[in-house]
Design a protein around this ligand. Sequence first.
Ligand SMILES: *Cc1c(COP(=O)(O)O)cnc(C)c1O
Length: 405
Amino acid sequence: MTGAEVFTGNFTQQEPIPEDAIDAAIAVMRSGRLHRYNTAAGEIGEVAALERDFAAYTGAKYALAVASGGYAMGAALRAVGVGPGDRVLTNAFTLAPVPGAIAGVGAVPVFVGVTEALTIDLDDLEAKADQARVLMLSHMRGHLADMDRLMRICDDAGVTVIEDCAHTMGAAWRGRLSGRDGLIGCYSVQTYKHLNAGEGGILITDDDDVMARAILLSGSYMLFGKHGTVPPDAAFAQAKYDMPNVSGRMDNLRAAILRPQLARLDAQCAAWTARYRAVEAGLRGTPGLTVIERPEEESFVGSSIQFLLKDWPDGAVSEVLNRCAARGVQLKWFGGAEPEGYTSRYDSWHYAPSEALPPSDRILRAIVDMRLPLTFSLNDCALIARIIRAEVGAVWQQALPTVTP
Ligand SMILES: *Cc1c(COP(=O)(O)O)cnc(C)c1O
């Protein structure tokens, strides 16, 4: 490997928090009023202001800022009445906090398969739609399914859709923002997502009763009047006796650093997608490697990229990962038998019984994933693609006799 190019960037290094966001955080600290309900007379706290800003950005009637994306999903499930023993449809290809949120309310995930486009398998969804009242739809790695057909299937079957938009904040399907097709959209604002508050989540809906319940659940101490977007009093009348207070609020410090970031979100999303396109262009045409084609209807945010090594032997996939790692390129594999880092397979979640999904298993075994932080330049992205291309090519040459493409 003498003379081979090496990448020295850091795949988990995000950009610094913008200066105006730092100033806003310092102002909150100087005030001493960090708790969202600790406001001076007539003051709109930073959390309430963030809720207004996010509702305006998404066009939703209501937004609720909470402690994490996982918390938002749990509150959403509870707000639509999911409880112990209920079954909830969800993606087989997703990250652990999704089945975790379902298990967290005592419910049981029913896994729906994944297609080669890395979206939920709509035929499988249609076949299973009579098994649950709710779909927790994870737009995993930013890939949007055909949302028109998905909503038709769910509407026809009476299935309520909750969207997990952890990877699709700022994305859209035929111009409709991700999170606006379902009854509820859930977002994460932890460091690896599209806005960075360290930890945090946001839930949006147009539904008065769902938002009243979610606010009460989040730990509002009956101070719901202080929220940024508040449903009419009638929505709280009964719910305030029925909803437990499950503390999961956001604080003013996090909200303060999020608001200036939200104002720049669209530009950031465009910057991610430019990086994605640079890697994609460099990978296209690599023998043995399948690029994921993105539908025209989808405006995605390229904060990570995936490709398939279809029907490769496990050992050959591991070798690609090792060889790329040796040249500074960190790839993750969703097909590994053991949960590792953020990758795990649906059959690793033993608390959630699953039936085998052979067509999905074939795809999961092929998925290689890479983060694309905005600290990478377009030149970095081209270099990363050259390294992957070379190493996939080298292993493919050796493995060729055992692989039927
Ligand atoms: C990060 C993430 C979540 C949950 O967000 P947290 O804020 O970490 O709880 C949910 N779904 C997916 C797909 C994620 O990647």
